[in-house]
Design a protein around this ligand. Structure first.
Ligand code: FAD
Length: 468
């Protein structure tokens, strides 16, 4: 057996939370070991999540825009899709980023150990490599960053035509008819990709809205724009049975918008949510409490009930987002290194990188209403934005939510092209405690979509604005 390794800090899992924590800890002088079961660093986000989905969405977005140019007098021929090349492009993007992470780990002298890690005691973890050897790691502090996995539906047969997001991102085949089960961000992003590549996509969602969590006014804009693109969008409806046959997967539905008979699909994507990996790391052997859903409970310093063991990212709770994992990773590493950091973010942005994009941060209107917060809002319609009109994409809107008394911005949402990039300004404004006048009096470049944020703030202030 290989010699045991001793370290100041063990990080279990090399997703965005884990690698961010390991790098920060190493920068702060801790001797750090990073354990990962897969051969590449980056976790779900880089390998089978954020990055590959965006590589495909970018391609899908451009191809949709190219088609839309016909209305501007420029037409191209029918798209020729080479799935092998598209796959190779996506794999190249992943390889570049995961390779970069490996170099960054090396430069910081973070020791990466490949294998499945399991705690064997409060200061000890066993790593099982693929070849069967077991390596012991002894640590002073540990950070659990073992992430999450997609939730299966029990009645779904095992069939290569039924996939989760990882399978859908592999782009093994181009279906004619596809069903996306789950109208959350991941489901809608994949629906966008496959529909742009030519599939007829149906979406089924159990609740009464797509993109739960976003305010209705934003989602409505998305729905209106996308209704012609998709087949059926079935809300308040669920799948109850699926049968794999030669000609496809036959799916039966129940609910408000259920078709009267089973529908046949070439590809079915399960995107009904993700569950944390808390029960898969031997946490009990280290004395770390995991709740029945698999989440590890932590305090504002990311500490578990065992003071020298921290947890971060998807495994500690919602929202399951990479930027939240990174932020928590930094906090845990800093606290492990003796600093007095703690989690005190006012906002965590969410973005659906669909077409158009939908982005929101801070408090939503629905949250303000539920919590009885006295708020005011201003909505700037992109139909009044010179840039949006020039882009031929003026369906969007920018909404700011203010504290009614202080006029400080406490939330906001944007639907429209590049909403995910635009929301960054609101994230900063909320964290800096900016009020409507701060935002409205900030000179924004003209003509840009970012102007819509300044103009919304002016509307709230009651300033009569010359629209661009
Ligand atoms: P993960 O990324 O899940 O990493 C955990 C790592 O731990 C994995 O590499 C795993 O192999 C390893 N591991 C687990 N158990 C063990 C063990 N016992 N031993 C060794 N290693 C182990 N988020 C965004 O912010 N923006 C997006 O655009 C976005 N798009 C997404 C698209 C898709 C299709 C999916 C599925 C997710 C997306 N997410 C997105 C969510 C994002 O990927 C996660 O929130 C993020 O990866 C969580 O980071 P993490 O470090 O907590 O865990």
């Amino acid at each position: 057996a290989a010699d045991p390794v001793a370290c100041d800090l063990l990080v279990l899992g090399a997703g965005p939370g884990g690698y961010a924590a390991a790098f920060r800890a190493a920068d702060l002088g801790l001797n750090t070991v990073l354990v990962e079961r897969y051969p590449t660093l980056g976790g779900v986000c880089l390998n089978v999540g954020c990055i590959p989905s965006k590589a495909l969405l970018h391609t899908a977005q451009i191809s949709a825009e190219v088609k839309a140019l016909a209305a501007h007098g420029i037409s191209f021929g029918e798209a020729q899709i080479d799935l092998n090349k598209l796959r190779a492009f996506k794999s190249g993007v992943i390889a570049k980023l995961t390779g970069g992470l490996a170099q960054m780990a090396k430069a910081r002298k973070v020791q990466v150990i490949n294998g499945v890690g399991e705690f064997t005691g409060p200061h000890q973890l066993a790593v099982q490599a693929e070849a069967g050897q077991v390596r012991q790691v002894k640590f002073k502090h540990a950070i659990i960053a073992a992430g999450s996995q997609s939730i299966p539906l029990p009645f779904m047969p095992a069939d290569p035509r039924i996939v989760d997001s990882t399978g859908a991102l592999e782009l093994r085949q181009m279906p004619q008819r596809m069903l996306v089960i789950g109208g959350g961000i991941i489901g809608l992003e994949m629906a966008t990709v496959y529909s742009a590549l030519g599939a007829q996509v149906d979406i089924v969602e159990m609740s009464d809205t797509l993109m739960a969590g976003a305010d209705r006014d934003l989602v409505k804009v998305w729905e209106k724009f996308n209704a012609p693109r998709f087949g059926q969008i079935m809300l308040k409806t669920k799948t109850v049975q699926a049968e794999a046959k030669n000609d496809g997967i036959h799916v039966s539905f129940e609910g408000a918008q259920a078709p009267s008979s089973a529908q046949c699909y070439d590809l079915v994507l399960l995107a009904v949510g993700r569950k944390p990996n808390g029960h898969q790391v031997g946490a009990d052997k280290a004395g770390v409490q995991v709740n029945e859903r698999g989440f590890i409970l932590v305090d504002q310093q990311q500490r578990t009930n065992v003071p020298h063991i921290f947890a971060i990212g998807d495994i500690v709770g919602q929202p399951m987002l990479a930027h939240k994992a990174v932020h928590e990773g930094h906090i845990a590493a800093e606290v492990a290194a003796g600093q007095k950091a703690y989690f005190d973010a006012y906002q965590i942005p969410s973005v659906a990188y669909t077409d158009p994009e939908v982005a929101w941060t801070g408090k939503t209107e629905a949250q303000c209403q539920a919590a009885g917060i006295q708020y005011g809002k201003a909505v700037f319609p992109w139909a009044a934005s010179g840039r949006a009109i020039a882009n031929g994409r003026d369906e969007g809107l920018t909404k700011l939510i203010f504290d009614q008394t202080t006029h400080r911005v406490i939330g906001g949402g944007i639907v429209g092209t590049s909403a995910g990039d635009l929301i960054g300004e609101l994230c900063l404004a909320i964290e800096m405690g900016a009020d409507a006048a701060d935002i409205g009096k900030t000179i924004h470049p003209h003509p840009t979509l970012s102007e819509s944020i300044g103009l919304a703030a002016e509307l709230f202030e009651g300033v009569c604005t010359d629209l661009p």
